[in-house]
Design a binder for this molecule. Structure first.
Ligand SMILES: Nc1ncnc2c1ncn2[C@@H]1O[C@H](COP(=O)(O)OP(=O)(O)OP(=O)(O)O)[C@@H](O)[C@H]1O
Length: 315
């Protein structure tokens, strides 16, 4: 269980994270989403005690990270996959990490097996591909068999096989009852991996919801396609409802309805005994929904990066 309460981080005049509160439950994968610069890495660093919050606090399994006696057994983290001593082999890197935390050599062999690095474990980690580096980062995170995992962009730069591997690994770790928080800026990937989402923009919480609810919200406000032999009559009835617009589709029997969901359209048709051949919500893709939901946050970044001069109107 991870808990953030009013987490705030300022770097000089810049607020990276602002009054962020959320909790991450065990047993499911929670996706931590936000556009670039939203504050995901900063938040994760605060959860791990690597950055001190300007205000607020965070706990992992009921305690602040620094208060854990054996933190590697409580929290496994991967923030930068490249944070590895490049001259060492993957095996020696893990062995050194294990030795300083009283973890037996057997466990090193186990995690190397889990992440599929057996063949290359004796090779210098500095020569690793990005994918191998990610696997090594995950191996380090798993070393202490922790109850909680915090991974920053673990699928970045991976090939499809690597992405599928991480997806399945995260799901199985969560299924074992662990708390799994994984950040990404890719909505479509998170939709396949996570069950719950925490979405931030400009350092603030935008959504704390299940993937199912997020998808539902994404399709709300979308268009409903209706095919009916009574399109003229149904169009009139829909047009009489406040905020509803029905426009003809690619066929005289097709209407594209905005401002009402498929349930409302179906009920209206039934009340007037109109036959329907088709009633299809046209879902926005999750990526579109994510862009829509975080748009203001992104626009702010763009404006902040390139200030626009507005001339004073002359009297
Ligand atoms: N050490 C720092 N000093 C000053 N500003 C910082 C520092 N670290 C982060 N920031 C700023 O805080 C904001 C949040 O950055 P952060 O890296 O946490 O975002 P992010 O969501 O992880 O982004 P990305 O997906 O691009 O990694 C950014 O505007 C960034 O420039």
């Amino acid at each position: 269980m991870i808990e953030a309460v009013g987490l705030t981080k300022r770097y000089g005049p810049r607020t990276a994270v602002e009054d962020l509160s959320f909790s991450v439950r065990p047993g499911i994968v929670t996706g931590f989403l936000g556009p670039n610069g939203a504050g995901k890495s900063t938040t994760m660093r605060m959860l791990l005690g690597l950055d001190a919050p300007t205000a607020g606090h965070a706990t992992v399994n009921g305690r602040r990270y620094a208060e854990h006696r054996a933190p590697l057994h409580e929290v496994g983290a991967m923030l930068e996959a490249r944070a590895v001593h490049t001259g060492r082999s993957a095996f020696n890197h893990l062995l050194a990490l294990a030795a300083t935390h009283g973890i037996p050599r057997r466990r090193v062999e186990e995690v190397i097996e889990t992440v599929g690095l057996r063949e290359v474990a004796r090779r210098r980690a500095g020569g690793f591909s990005l994918g191998m580096g990610q696997r090594l980062g995950i191996a380090s995170a798993l070393l202490g068999d922790p109850a909680t995992l915090i991974l920053d962009e673990p699928v970045n730069g991976l090939d499809p096989e690597g992405i599928l591997w991480i997806r399945n690994l995260l799901k199985s770790l969560a299924a074992e009852g662990r708390t799994v928080l994984v950040s990404s800026h890719l909505m479509s990937e998170m939709a396949l991996t996570a069950e719950h989402l925490i979405v931030i923009g400009r350092g603030r919480l935008i959504a704390d919801t299940s993937v199912t609810e997020f998808t539902r919200r994404a399709s709300r406000g979308g268009t409903v396609r209706v095919r009916t032999p009574d399109s003229v009559r149904l169009g009139e009835l829909l047009g009489a409802l406040p905020g509803v617009v029905a426009t003809p589709g690619d066929d005289v029997r097709v209407l594209l309805v905005e401002g009402a969901d498929s349930e409302q359209v179906g009920r209206l048709a039934a009340e007037h005994s109109l036959v329907l051949f088709e009633l299809t919500p046209q879902q926005a893709s999750l990526e579109e929904a994510f862009m829509e939901i975080t748009r203001d946050a992104v626009e702010y970044e763009a404006v902040a990066a390139a200030p626009v001069l507005i001339e004073e109107p002359t009297a």
